[in-house]
Design a protein around this ligand. Structure first.
Ligand code: AMP
Length: 304
């Protein structure tokens, strides 16, 4: 089934304990669509970039089958820019700078050909824009998933609460879940967030895996213990892209299938962190992905 992703396509500058980059390509929707491309062939993007954004990266996305008809290029403006610095544990980071640039007046236009998308992924962007996208879909998608971050909770909490009423699944990290709910316990935080709208809550815990809350059920997926984590940027988006890409490829939104989706998402995220930026997602094979998934199965399999 078809997937529509809306979110940032960006320049990032990163600093980790292993090194520093100048401007490299990033953005939530970049990671999401690349990751999802390994699962669904009907993979549609709505985003905005400035005239400074390289055509080569648009070619990379298109090479992965991403439909970029909804990627607006504003020649006289600059692409969204984010820079972040990771702490030594690589699990926490500080935002050093955000330049909204072209995102400040992002007016997402949904091409007619995208209108029947069954899966909608609202990547990290202003909650008011996320809501606008839902309102601009002529038919409600089968599943709407939203990702957000502390930045929006700090400056647009009311807008965020409005859009949450309209979505089925939310992904946040543990700190964001605590900020959104006002509760330290992640179990209670998930219950509070579920009462705000999304019936399914995914809480990402970086190298400690992810929790899926759905009805009375809780599922936990570990993260793959890796010898080296080079750059965690985009891991959350890559996870989300693998999750929703897998759901879209199967068309199945049951809890049992979401569990599989969480494992596929975690496997994709484990690749993402192995190199700076999105590079590791450019040339994966189905065989590599399946081998990773098998490692996940092995990691927590036991008998009593
Ligand atoms: P993640 O590491 O999965 O949380 O996502 C990192 C990506 O999110 C980076 O590539 C950034 O370009 C993008 N990003 C960071 N801040 C924002 C923001 N305020 N709005 C939209 N995208 C953002």
């Amino acid at each position: 089934m078809s997937l529509l992703t809306v979110g940032s396509v960006a320049f990032d500058a990163l600093e980790t304990p292993f090194g520093k980059t100048d401007k490299i390509i990033g953005g939530a929707a970049t990671y999401i669509t690349l990751s999802a491309s390994y699962f669904t062939k009907d993979n549609n993007l709505v985003a905005v970039v400035g005239g400074d954004f390289p055509q080569e990266m648009i070619d990379v996305l298109e090479g992965h089958g991403v439909n970029t008809d909804g990627l607006e290029v504003r020649p006289d403006e600059k692409t969204f820019f984010w820079s972040g610095k990771y702490h030594n544990d690589m699990n926490t980071r500080d935002t050093v700078e955000v330049q909204l640039n072209v995102m400040e007046h992002f007016d997402p236009q949904i091409p007619a050909a995208y209108q029947d998308c069954e899966f909608l992924m609202l990547g990290n962007t202003a909650p008011a824009i996320q809501k606008m996208v839902i309102e601009r879909m002529t038919k409600r998608p089968k599943l709407i998933m939203l990702d957000t971050m502390n930045f929006w909770m700090d400056i647009a909490m009311d807008d965020l609460k409005e859009v949450l009423k309209l979505v089925d699944v939310i992904t946040v990290n543990d700190e964001e879940a605590r900020q959104l709910s006002g509760d330290y316990s992640l179990v209670r935080a998930a219950a509070t967030i579920r009462s705000m709208g999304p019936k399914t809550v995914i809480i990402k815990k970086g190298e400690h895996g992810a929790l899926l809350f759905h009805g009375d059920h809780i599922f936990f997926a570990p993260a793959l213990p890796l010898e080296e984590v080079f750059d965690p940027t985009g891991a959350g988006d890559t996870f989300a892209g693998g999750f929703i890409g897998y759901l879209a490829s199967t068309g199945d939104v049951s809890f049992a299938n979401m569990k599989r989706g969480i494992i596929y998402g975690s496997a994709m995220a484990s690749f993402c962190v192995e190199k700076f930026g999105s590079e590791r997602l450019h040339n994966l094979t189905t065989q590599e992905i399946n081998q990773r998934v098998a490692q996940f199965v092995q990691l927590s399999a036991f008998e009593i």
